[in-house]
Design a protein. Sequence first.
Length: 235
Amino acid sequence: MSHVSQHAIDSGRYAKCVEVSKRIRWDTDRDVIRSRGFDFSKKFLPDGLSKVTQLPFLTADEQRLFSQVQGRTYANMFALVERFIGAKVLEISRGHWLGDQVALEALVRLTDEELKHQEMFRRLETMMAPGMPAGYSFLPHPNDVAGAVMAASTWAVLALTCDIELFSQAHYRSSIDPETQIDPLWKDVFLFHWKEESQHAILDEMEWLREDQQLDARQRDKAVDELIGLVGAVH
């Protein structure tokens, strides 16, 4: 491991993420699903995220279905991006294999949690499908997207990952948490997701800054161009 990488490690912050990860650890069946199904008489994605109020021609029933389709896709999008996030974090953990073992544990726990999230979102798709009209299809393939994203530089991938982690926090705090009329199971999914992602955002930022210290101005400029390309591709 290079001297730069060693210098950039704040073991205490990694240790705090490990401590919180252990304390808030949840199980999909025991804590999230709890033998419940989705209530299709309620909306899924809040109006603040679905923007359904900008479609005044929809009836109340159509607005509800719209929110459910959007909410289903919102969940599938997280399953999609967590494929490359987990893979990238597992890859960069190599930089800590023979170094700070607390930092290594924090990244291994993050990867484990991302795998748990992916499995949860896959299950939710099978739970939502029977209660909704036929014909829905989520077209992007997680492995194809992950392969394309992982072809970019580590700086660009970590920057994109940090952005995703931050907007997931913002979405939950500003739109999902205050909403009282959406389906309680759908809401709980993103409550528990938010709890672990709040630690992931901290770790992603630390690893991104650690990577940034190893680049010169030319490399960083190229990485920014790659990030712009990745954001466009994800959009």
